[in-house]
Design a protein around this ligand. Structure first.
Ligand code: ATP
Ligand code: PRP
Length: 218
């Protein structure tokens, strides 16, 4: 049995066509079903539905053989736990966005950087943000949030946020501006190291199919 960990929403939706090209069709829709283990047309393949930030944990511990996780999630996982135990063989080029530093439009970020001021940064990517600002030689106080980061500068919780940006619509709606890129983000296929050895044939077949499907997208 091959177990694939996906989060519902954009990762699940964008992975479906890749699965289809590997001949795998999912029997349930996670948006309507409360099931957390979804069967597929293949008796030897099942999907488990987990939080996006939990995908690396399931794969690392071998509860899932394979998973799809945003590179933002993987970066944060690695900053905290190191990169051992999981291969990340394919950039799937889905769920693309950019991790950015953003501030309220009235906040002079450049002046704060120049003056060496200590700023407060709210983010769910605490370890990634710490590394980013340390590399710039900036002093920051990090505040961990689990969502709606864009609210923090509006209510005085933080001077800046680190979050992912796609269309820029959320920033704009909240009068925030992106001032710096941390890194580009897209989802990767992650594979449990032991599964690649023990279930080599099944895992390799899935990797090959995904790789072909990704290459076929213009
Ligand atoms: P969690 O539930 O663990 O807090 P989440 O709410 O960030 O995670 P999703 O919103 O489903 O989970 O995002 C999954 C992945 O999709 C993110 O890790 C990121 O790589 C990417 N992503 C997030 N927001 C966007 C966006 N607006 N556009 C494109 N990709 C995005
Ligand atoms: C993500 C992210 C931003 C938003 C950016 O949130 O946390 O808030 O997308 O996208 P945009 O630049 O296109 O506006 P999401 O929509 O996933 O909601 P979430 O807070 O539930 O993760």
């Amino acid at each position: 049995m091959l177990t694939l960990a996906l989060s519902k929403g954009r990762i699940f939706d964008d992975t479906l066509p890749l699965l289809a090209s590997a001949g795998i069709r999912v029997a349930d829709d996670p948006d309507t079903s409360r099931k957390l283990i979804l069967s597929t047309n293949r008796p030897d393949v099942r999907i488990i539905i987990v939080r996006a930030s939990d995908v690396p944990t399931y794969v690392l511990y071998g509860a899932a053989d394979v998973g799809v996780a945003g590179s933002d999630v993987l970066l944060e996982h690695d900053a905290r736990h190191g990169s051992a135990g999981m291969y990340r063989p394919i950039d799937l080029n889905i769920a693309r966005c950019r991790m950015m530093v953003a501030v309220h439009e009235g906040f002079d970020y450049e002046a704060a950087v120049r003056s060496g001021a200590r700023i407060r940064v709210a983010t769910k990517y605490v370890d990634t943000a710490r590394e980013h600002f340390a590399a710039k030689g900036m002093h920051v106080d990090l505040i961990k949030l689990y969502g709606s980061m864009e609210l923090a500068p509006l209510v005085g919780l933080a001077d800046a946020i680190v979050d992912v940006v796609s269309t820029g619509g959320t920033l704009k709606a909240n009068r925030l501006i992106a001032v710096e890129e941390v890194c580009p983000v897209s989802a990767r296929l992650v594979v449990n190291q032991a599964a690649l050895k023990v279930k080599r044939t099944e895992v390799q077949a899935l990797l090959d199919a995904f790789e072909l499907a990704v290459k076929a997208v213009p």
